[in-house]
Design a protein around this ligand. Structure first.
Ligand SMILES: CC(C)(COP(=O)(O)OP(=O)(O)OC[C@H]1O[C@@H](n2cnc3c(N)ncnc32)[C@H](O)[C@@H]1OP(=O)(O)O)[C@@H](O)C(=O)NCCC(=O)NCCS
Length: 195
């Protein structure tokens, strides 16, 4: 199975690709450039795979907790997609099976040993390190985003996952990123930087 991974820098250049509902989330958004590029990258990637203009790609979002149009992005008829943004990067993924992606800034002051209790399950305790923390965090967040149902990371054991492919993505220094695909098949990753 092939999983496409597209990286881009945040930006407003593709504002025209957002739907009216998506634009309604812009005022007051904490990072409009990340948000706009995230939505656009989903449409550009799915449009390329479906061979349709990006503006014609319909993305559905529904939140189980409120009636606002946010939450897991779903493209009716596929492909499965996911998007993440952090700092100076936006990353979108698409695959024929449920997929999730996460990128995080791994700043030196972004971790302290006390944070481990929010990420590691009881069977995952090990030597505390920022590297290990962000590896597990991004892998687990990618799995959670593939399912669409947030759960405490401590209830998720990566070694106990069956029928998943979870992979770290090569990211710029200062970032960690991972992708998760729910499939019993092997997965190849096609990685591009598009903007
Ligand atoms: C989903 C979630 C894991 C995203 O993690 P994050 O590190 O904050 O942000 P990322 O940049 O990695 O991902 C953001 C993207 O995840 C996607 N997303 C949002 N909810 C999602 C979900 N339940 N499942 C999968 N993907 C989701 C969206 O595409 C979002 O992008 P957008 O804001 O441009 O629409 C996190 O926001 C979360 O746990 N949300 C659930 C709780 C919540 O916010 N509920 C809303 C109550 S009204």
């Amino acid at each position: 199975m092939l999983c496409h991974v597209w990286w881009a820098r945040p930006g407003l250049v593709h504002l025209g690709l957002l739907s009216r509902a998506e634009r309604s989330r812009l005022p007051g958004h904490h990072n409009p450039a990340q948000y706009v590029m995230g939505v656009a990258l989903l449409r550009l990637l799915a449009g390329a795979l479906l061979d349709v203009p990006p503006a014609g790609v319909r993305i559905e979002r529904s939140c189980p907790d409120c009636d606002r149009p946010h939450g897991k992005p779903v493209i009716p008829g596929g492909p499965h997609v996911s998007v993440s943004h952090a700092g100076e990067w936006v990353v979108a993924v698409a695959a024929p099976a449920p997929v999730g992606v996460d990128v995080e800034v791994t700043a030196d002051d972004g971790w302290s040993p006390g944070m481990d209790r929010h990420v590691f399950s009881p069977d995952e305790q090990g030597s505390p390190s920022a590297h290990r923390f962000f590896r597990y965090w991004t892998r687990k967040e990618a799995v959670i985003k593939a399912t669409g149902r947030p759960v405490p990371m401590t209830t998720l054991s990566l070694s106990g996952l069956d029928g998943w492919v979870v992979a770290d993505l090569l990211a710029e220094a200062g970032y960690a990123a991972a992708v998760a695909v729910r499939t019993p098949e092997s997965v190849q990753f096609a990685v591009s930087q598009v903007a």
